[in-house]
Unconditional design. Structure first.
Length: 102
Protein backbone atom coordinates (compact mmCIF):
# COMPACT_ATOMS: atom_id res chain seq x y z
CA UNK A 1 0.00 0.00 0.00
CA UNK A 2 1.38 3.42 -0.93
CA UNK A 3 1.55 6.37 1.48
CA UNK A 4 -1.35 8.08 -0.29
CA UNK A 5 -3.44 4.90 -0.13
CA UNK A 6 -2.83 4.68 3.63
CA UNK A 7 -3.88 8.31 4.01
CA UNK A 8 -7.04 7.82 1.94
CA UNK A 9 -7.95 4.70 3.90
CA UNK A 10 -7.85 6.65 7.17
CA UNK A 11 -9.63 9.74 5.82
CA UNK A 12 -12.48 7.50 4.63
CA UNK A 13 -13.00 6.49 8.27
CA UNK A 14 -13.58 10.02 9.61
CA UNK A 15 -17.25 9.91 10.61
CA UNK A 16 -19.97 12.29 9.57
CA UNK A 17 -19.97 15.35 11.85
CA UNK A 18 -16.32 14.98 12.90
CA UNK A 19 -12.96 16.31 11.74
CA UNK A 20 -9.37 15.08 12.00
CA UNK A 21 -6.10 16.99 11.77
CA UNK A 22 -3.32 16.50 9.25
CA UNK A 23 -1.02 15.45 12.10
CA UNK A 24 -3.57 13.01 13.48
CA UNK A 25 -3.85 11.34 10.06
CA UNK A 26 -0.04 11.25 9.78
CA UNK A 27 0.25 9.60 13.20
CA UNK A 28 -2.39 7.03 12.30
CA UNK A 29 -0.37 6.21 9.17
CA UNK A 30 2.61 5.46 11.38
CA UNK A 31 4.73 8.55 10.75
CA UNK A 32 4.07 11.80 12.66
CA UNK A 33 6.23 13.69 10.14
CA UNK A 34 3.84 13.03 7.26
CA UNK A 35 1.53 16.00 7.87
CA UNK A 36 2.61 17.62 4.60
CA UNK A 37 2.23 14.31 2.79
CA UNK A 38 -1.35 14.20 4.06
CA UNK A 39 -1.92 17.65 2.57
CA UNK A 40 -0.40 16.61 -0.76
CA UNK A 41 -2.50 13.45 -0.85
CA UNK A 42 -5.70 15.32 -0.13
CA UNK A 43 -4.89 17.97 -2.71
CA UNK A 44 -4.73 15.23 -5.34
CA UNK A 45 -7.72 13.30 -3.98
CA UNK A 46 -8.91 10.98 -6.77
CA UNK A 47 -12.36 10.37 -5.24
CA UNK A 48 -13.72 13.36 -3.26
CA UNK A 49 -17.17 11.79 -2.90
CA UNK A 50 -15.78 8.88 -0.90
CA UNK A 51 -12.59 10.41 0.48
CA UNK A 52 -14.08 13.43 2.21
CA UNK A 53 -10.96 15.52 2.56
CA UNK A 54 -12.95 18.54 3.71
CA UNK A 55 -13.11 16.82 7.12
CA UNK A 56 -9.37 17.37 7.61
CA UNK A 57 -8.24 20.60 9.29
CA UNK A 58 -4.98 21.93 10.70
CA UNK A 59 -3.77 21.43 14.27
CA UNK A 60 -5.62 24.55 15.40
CA UNK A 61 -8.88 23.51 13.74
CA UNK A 62 -8.27 25.86 10.82
CA UNK A 63 -9.71 25.22 7.41
CA UNK A 64 -7.41 25.00 4.38
CA UNK A 65 -6.87 28.49 2.94
CA UNK A 66 -6.78 27.01 -0.56
CA UNK A 67 -9.08 24.01 -0.16
CA UNK A 68 -8.46 22.00 -3.32
CA UNK A 69 -12.11 21.65 -4.22
CA UNK A 70 -13.41 25.21 -4.01
CA UNK A 71 -11.64 27.21 -1.30
CA UNK A 72 -12.27 27.59 2.41
CA UNK A 73 -15.81 28.87 1.83
CA UNK A 74 -16.69 25.57 0.16
CA UNK A 75 -14.98 23.59 2.92
CA UNK A 76 -16.92 25.56 5.54
CA UNK A 77 -20.18 24.90 3.65
CA UNK A 78 -19.53 21.16 3.53
CA UNK A 79 -18.64 21.00 7.23
CA UNK A 80 -21.67 23.05 8.25
CA UNK A 81 -23.89 20.71 6.23
CA UNK A 82 -22.74 17.96 8.62
CA UNK A 83 -23.56 20.05 11.67
CA UNK A 84 -19.97 21.10 12.34
CA UNK A 85 -19.82 24.67 13.56
CA UNK A 86 -17.31 26.79 11.66
CA UNK A 87 -16.38 30.05 13.36
CA UNK A 88 -16.08 33.39 11.58
CA UNK A 89 -12.29 32.93 11.52
CA UNK A 90 -12.74 29.62 9.66
CA UNK A 91 -11.81 27.38 12.56
CA UNK A 92 -13.56 24.41 14.13
CA UNK A 93 -13.73 23.69 17.87
CA UNK A 94 -11.52 20.61 18.14
CA UNK A 95 -12.67 19.94 21.69
CA UNK A 96 -16.15 19.42 20.30
CA UNK A 97 -15.68 18.03 16.78
CA UNK A 98 -12.35 16.16 16.73
CA UNK A 99 -12.64 12.48 15.83
CA UNK A 100 -11.11 10.21 18.43
CA UNK A 101 -9.72 7.92 15.75
CA UNK A 102 -11.48 4.76 16.84
Amino acid sequence: MTTFEKIYEIVRKIPYGKVATYGQIANMCGNPRWSRAVGYALHSNPDPENIRCYRVVNRFGGLAPAFAFGGKEEQAKLLRAEGIEVRDDYTVDLDKFLWNGL
